[in-house]
Design a protein around this ligand. Structure first.
Ligand code: S3P
Length: 444
């Protein structure tokens, strides 16, 4: 696996508190867009050239899975990846089980694609992924007449998608989930007619943007997204912007460490992803966005933060799906904000790579913060001094990276065990934080 974290270490050691973090950084390509580029590139006619592809375990596992179904991909491990599309009907039955590692996105999106094949395929993953519910995909695929077999009432992996010809449906998702929306839309590519997904709140919209860019007919009306089945998808160039969810760790570090000024360049600014910026700004954060532009239909820009005194806030409702993966790092910011921060409507966090409400509360409490779990959120009292701690990542990259940023502001030494999971989304995390001035290193 490319990247320092996967190669070398299982534990991370951070010495804090850091003096001012000063400098510029870039972050790896967006994880959500990289998954979709591989999948749509595989299903298109002709070649798709992807630059800025996230060469981290999650997206590489998705690439390996489509390779196992007969798609040639050149350049994995490099920034430019070339996918030789086989067309909607061109996938071949895989010889073995498809191994998606830690990636819920890879598994759920591929389940949608497999719904339309004339073969059955089985998908599995690591310890964390094998605990995650796939009933949220099996249910709409069942309505499309496609059978999925998994374990227990929540249909946990390994899962087998039996394949067939999906019926076009209109599906109301019970939760705002881009993975569920995308799986149904991808299955809908194989249906004769129009498939519609209606969400309770807007989730990230990369699938619909990219489907349209590849030539599918996509219609959006409020929270309803429809795709016309059996399109001719055409391979194209995809430029993947920097991942906002990776940048979030550097931005919060820059806000919390005194005397800091950090700029992250070329970051995705899609509004379905950036609620954290709005929330930090209302907490009093000094955040500036410059050099805004569009690449391959997605807004990007440079984000600069300067150390700021934060005040507590309340977060919930439609903001949550637009900052889903940033809740752990927001919770850390809240430990340094004046007052009580309340995060609600975030029950979905309980079924991520770990139960992120529980693991965020556990990790921040270990640093000395005052954090209470609610069934659907967190209550955080601030500001509190943090002290170096020994932490377990719970196989969750975002928990490990949040703990590293907490270690950056904490007094004393922090050790994070199981930190190799950072390689699923941000393989250069340690050197990027180190270059900004953090005393951080990997240990075997
Ligand atoms: C993702 C969607 C989100 C997010 C995940 C990536 C995607 O999950 O947490 O990291 O790329 O579609 P849900 O769609 O399950 O909410």
């Amino acid at each position: 696996m490319a990247g320092e974290v996967g190669q070398m270490m299982s534990a991370l050691r951070v010495s804090g508190p850091a003096a001012g973090l000063v400098g510029e950084a870039v972050v790896p390509g967006d994880k959500s867009i990289s998954h979709r580029a591989v999948i749509l590139g595989a299903l298109a006619e002709g070649a798709t050239a992807v630059s800025g592809f996230l060469n981290a375990e999650d997206c590489v596992n998705t690439a390996y899975a489509v390779e196992q179904m007969g798609v040639a991909i050149e350049g994995l491990g490099q920034a430019n990846v070339l996918i030789q599309g086989v067309g909607l009907q061109g996938l071949e039955p895989p010889r073995g089980t498809l191994e998606l590692g830690n990636s819920g996105t890879g598994m759920r999106l591929l389940m949608g694609v497999l719904a339309g094949q004339d073969f059955a395929a089985t998908l599995t993953g690591d310890e964390s992924l094998r605990r995650r519910p796939m009933d949220r995909i099996a249910e709409p695929l069942g309505q499309m007449s496609i059978q999925v077999e998994g374990h227990g009432p929540r249909c946990t992996p390994p899962v087998t998608v039996l394949g067939g010809v999906p019926k076009p449906i209109t599906y109301h998702t019970p939760m705002a989930s881009a993975q569920v929306k995308s799986a149904v839309l991808l299955a809908g590519l194989y249906a004769a007619g129009r498939t519609t997904v209606i969400e309770p709140a807007q989730s990230r919209d990369h699938t619909e943007r990219m489907l349209a860019a590849f030539g599918a007919q996509v219609d959006i009306e409020g929270l309803a997204v429809s795709v016309q089945g059996q399109p001719d998808l055409q391979g194209r160039e995809v430029v993947v912007p920097g991942d906002f969810s990776a940048a979030a760790f550097l931005l919060v570090a820059g806000l919390l460490v005194p005397d800091s000024e950090v700029t992250v360049r070329g970051v995705l600014l899609n509004p379905t992803r950036t609620a954290l910026l709005e929330i930090l700004q209302r907490m009093g954060a000094d955040v500036q966005v410059t050099n805004e532009r569009l690449i391959t239909g997605e807004p990007i820009g440079d984000i600069t933060v300067r150390s700021s005194d934060l005040v507590a806030t309340e977060v919930g409702g439609e903001e949550i799906p637009r900052m889903l993966d940033e809740v752990p790092i927001l919770a850390l910011a809240a430990t340094q904000a004046d007052g009580r921060t309340v995060i609600r409507d975030a029950r979905e966090l309980r079924v991520k790579e770990s139960d992120r409400l529980a693991t965020t509360a556990e990790v921040l409490s270990a640093f000395g913060a005052t954090v209470r779990q609610q069934p659907d959120g967190l209550v955080i009292e601030g500001p509190t001094a943090l002290y170096g701690a020994t932490i377990d990542s719970h196989h969750d990259h975002r928990i490990a990276m949040m703990a590293a940023v907490a270690g950056t502001i904490a007094r004393g030494c922090t050790e994070i065990h199981g930190a190799q999971c950072i390689a699923t989304s941000f393989p250069e995390f340690v050197s990027t934080l180190g270059d900004l001035g953090v005393d951080i290193r990997g240990q075997r």
